[in-house]
Design a protein around this ligand. Structure first.
Ligand code: ANZ
Ligand code: ZN
Length: 819
């Protein structure tokens, strides 16, 4: 018999779904709402295998919820500002919008073909004016609240892309995009004050714990990097102002035998003695070439220069030398430390290298660090520590020193965070313009709300080529840039930077609830109905930036009273990657797998099912280990089973063959559980088993006219619709059901059909009944013994006696003889 024609089915049903709006959210209150969100795509070329996996996983969730009777919103959109479009425009002499929207069209067509159950009415693009108008509006609200500000700062500069990079975009000292070695430049740029939210971003993780991958939460915790400790003020000879250090161990203050300042801090330059200046400057030059990661690594060989001045330890008046060393960073804590070599390994390595004194102040019972070369970091009794001597409690030690610092106005307890404010200025064209006008008389003047959006001027091709300033600051954009001040009417200039595209993606999920709303960034009522997102699916590479920024935006909007929740994503799932032959796909390895070609060869259903069947959603898939061809064969087998059904649609399943009915209802129960726990690959395996059972029933059991066959096929089509939506529709139609299978309701297993094939096994120990357990009727003796001896009561009665013999009359009874 002929199988199903994948290409024809794709044509037919994708048209059907879009004509009937099958997957549009109802939003009419008739059903409970659930919001399923995929991380939206960046429009670089066509969809690739990575998209194929991520969106296939999200679609299982969305389609399952729909079948379960929820009103599902599953929106689609594009993160459509960004550098690649600008580079393409430079190369092709075009406008970035051309490349961007052409790619979006391509991807949209591919998404439709790929059968993702999107609600296309929610579609948005962050580079549309109706979207970025509201990104600008939000920026201005942040600014009003003091959460967007401008400052001069050293910025990472990519000499190739001629742009500033955020720390996160610098990978091992190189530009994440082009690989060029990153240098530093001083610029005046905009920041979001995300550090104000550091503690809330930590605290509120409690709300999502257990629903987000622990590793993502750990990465965020680490990124925020909360440290409890104290500031301590040291006097440096010849320097008027006291110099503050940050320490997590103020209780080790008596062991501070030198101070270290970051070589690239203003302080180092101020305190260095005239004699030592040449050596210091030479050192500074060398340091500037190193990356932050190199500088902080414990393996990194410690280097430094003596600055030729002395400081005073405030607890005991001891004179200690001041050094500059690159293991101290200028932008963490205060950029200066008290070094306690006995109890900090980096300080000890440094002290040993340069022959600086080491004074242990805690006796931890371990080897003396002066001899072992290993700093002791554990608890123990204080020594060489004045009043603290003899005390053996770290918390008490810390609090006593903090009290001393407080009383003498030479420091205080404090908390620091590693998190930095979010640098959002980009010296690029294809992004959301920053809606601020700079006026010599009035300063930074916001563009009035009713003049938003600040549209991008029509620059293209060579206009956009890097010149070291934003294309918006160049000659070509003069007419756009020069405006009159909204406040005083005098001559003024627009801000010429555009926003980091992470700003665009920090609120798109809210905009989806009302993508064409024009009275604000979103309709508060629509947002109340849909948010927070019930399930978010996307890559773990977004663990810190996108997910942290989105949480920050949500909290700010919450504090502005615009939304009533403060965590945007109630649950998060990270899909693995698609690799090939054990390695990430790459052009240089030539191991890329082309999604379009896979679909042409095997059809959408087979590709999607292969992706899901390959393993747990969180794990990587090696395309070398999978076989879409055999999955296609399975789908054909499933289809032929449906085509064989001859039972009429009004046949009563209750009258059907019991063996097949049990198989079906077992499958319903198990598959439901598996879906709820995200074990989608196992679901596919269970569907395969059910198809085999159905085939057996047709060929050598009850035959194709039995109502149980119809019941089995009907459920198979529903279950398959989450992975292989096209063949599922074909099967659904083949058994005479009205389309679409997506509108059917998920069945519940009949409990009577679940328990019936378990029997009660009586367990005797030494001739007495000690337990009754449920077991499958065909249980093997070894399994029966294992089940029996696992029973707590049976276990107790065996105690430490030896089992000498087992008499089994399975499945009814097992008798254990002990000695
Ligand atoms: C004295 C001390 C004694 C320290 C001791 C540790 C152990 P976290 O936990 O990461 O916050 N430190 C402070 N500022 C620094 C900077 N800008 N660059 C490099 N190191 C810096 O680390 C805080 C500890 O790291 C601080 O506590 C300080 O060393 C060092 F037994 O002060 B500690
Ligand atoms: Zn003005």
């Amino acid at each position: 018999r002929a199988g199903y024609d994948a290409a024809a089915a794709q044509e037919k049903w994708s048209r059907y779904w879009s004509e009937h709006g099958t997957f549009a959210a109802l939003d009419d209150g008739s059903k409970e709402r659930r919001y399923m969100l995929d991380m939206f795509a960046y429009p670089s070329g066509d969809l690739h295998m990575g998209h194929a996996e991520a969106f296939a996983i999200g679609d299982v969730v969305a389609r399952y919820w729909r079948l379960k009777g929820y009103d599902v919103m599953h929106p689609v959109g594009w993160d459509s500002f960004g550098l690649p479009a600008e580079n393409a425009a430079i190369n092709h002499g075009t406008h970035p919008a051309e490349w961007t929207y052409a790619n979006i069209d391509t991807q949209a067509a591919s998404f439709r073909r790929y059968g993702i159950s999107f609600d296309w009415s929610k579609r948005l693009h962050t580079s549309d004016e109706e979207y970025y108008r509201w990104t600008q509006w939000l920026f201005l609200r942040f600014k009003e609240r003091g959460l967007a500000y401008r400052k001069d700062s050293w910025a990472n500069w990519c000499p190739h892309d001629q742009t500033v990079l955020a720390n996160e975009q610098v990978k091992e000292g190189r530009c994440e995009r082009c690989g060029a070695v990153v240098t530093k430049r001083q610029l005046n740029q905009w920041y979001f004050r995300i550090t104000d939210y550091a503690q809330r971003l930590l605290d509120d993780m409690g709300e999502i714990e257990g629903h987000w991958p622990e590793r993502v939460l750990a990465m965020q915790r680490n990124w925020i990097g909360r440290s409890e400790g104290a500031y301590v003020d040291f006097r440096i000879d010849g320097h008027d102002e006291p110099v503050r250090v940050f320490t997590t161990r103020p209780d080790t203050l008596y062991g501070a035998t030198f101070m270290v300042v970051a070589p690239d801090s203003a302080l180092a330059d101020e305190v260095v003695s005239d004699e030592r200046r040449p050596a210091f400057e030479e050192y500074l030059e060398a340091v500037k070439k190193k990356t932050e990661i190199e500088r902080q690594s414990t393996e990194h060989v410690k280097t430094g220069v003596d600055l030729g001045v002395m400081a005073t330890n405030p607890v005991n008046g001891a004179k200690i030398p001041v050094w500059a060393a690159d293991y101290v960073l200028s932008d963490y804590g205060t950029g200066a430390i008290m070094a306690v070599p006995a109890h900090d390994q980096r300080d000890l390595d440094f002290a040993n290298k340069y022959g600086i004194e080491v004074i242990p102040v805690i006796d931890t019972g371990e080897a003396d660090p002066r001899e072992s070369g290993i700093a002791t970091t554990g608890d123990g009794a204080y020594q060489n520590s004045g009043d603290l001597d003899g005390l053996a409690n770290k918390a008490e030690g810390i609090s006593r020193i903090c009290r001393f610092l407080d009383d003498n106005h030479i420091g205080e307890a404090t908390i620091t965070y590693r998190l930095r404010d979010w640098l959002l200025s980009r010296q690029r064209f294809w992004g959301c313009p920053i809606p601020v006008i700079h006026c010599a008389a009035c300063g930074d003047v916001p563009v009035p709300d009713d003049q938003l959006p600040v549209r991008l001027p029509d620059l293209r091709g060579a206009d956009l080529a890097p010149k070291g300033v934003s294309p918006l600051a160049g000659e070509e954009a003069r007419a756009w840039r020069e405006v009159s001040c909204p406040k005083c009417g005098g001559p003024a200039e627009r801000d010429t930077d555009t926003m980091d595209t992470f700003v665009d993606s920090s609120w798109y999920f809210i905009r989806y609830c009302s993508p064409h709303y024009s009275d604000g960034p979103f309709d508060p009522e629509a947002v109340r109905r849909w948010m927070p997102v019930a399930q978010y699916v996307g890559g773990v590479e977004h663990a810190t930036m996108h997910l942290l920024y989105s949480r920050f935006f949500t909290k700010v909007l919450h504090d502005m009273g615009m939304i009533d929740f403060d965590e945007p994503f109630s649950a998060l799932m990270n899909q693995g990657q698609v690799i090939n032959q054990g390695r990430a796909m790459s052009k240089s390895l030539g191991n890329g797998v082309d999604l379009g070609k896979q679909i042409d060869a095997f059809g959408v259903d087979a590709v999607r099912t292969t992706v899901i069947f390959a393993g747990p959603p969180e794990e990587d898939i090696d395309w070398a280990d999978v076989s879409p061809a055999s999955i296609l064969k399975f789908l054909q087998r499933a289809y032929r089973v449906a085509a064989d059904v001859t039972a009429p649609s009004d046949a009563d399943p209750a009258a059907g063959d019991l063996t097949l009915r049990r198989a079906t209802h077992h499958a319903v129960a198990e598959i439901t559980d598996l879906l709820e726990s995200g074990r989608f690959n196992v679901v596919v395996a269970r569907i395969m088993e059910l198809v085999n059972a159905t085939r057996k029933a047709i060929d050598s059991g009850c035959g194709p006219a039995d109502p149980a066959v119809r019941e089995a096929v009907s459920f198979t089509a529903q279950a398959l619709s989450m992975f292989a939506p096209y063949v599922a529709e074909e099967m659904w139609a083949a058994i005479g059901n009205e389309p679409s299978v997506a509108n059917s309701s998920w069945p519940t297993a009949d409990p009577a059909l679940l328990v019936a094939d378990e029997v009660t096994m009586v367990v005797q120990v030494a001739g007495k009944v000690r337990g009754k357990i449920q077991v499958p009727p065909d249980i093997a003796e070894a399994d029966a013994v294992a089940a029996a001896t696992a029973d707590p009561n049976v276990k107790r009665h065996i105690g430490d006696k030896q089992i000498v013999k087992v008499i089994a009359r399975l499945p009814k009874m097992i008798s254990i003889v002990v000695k």
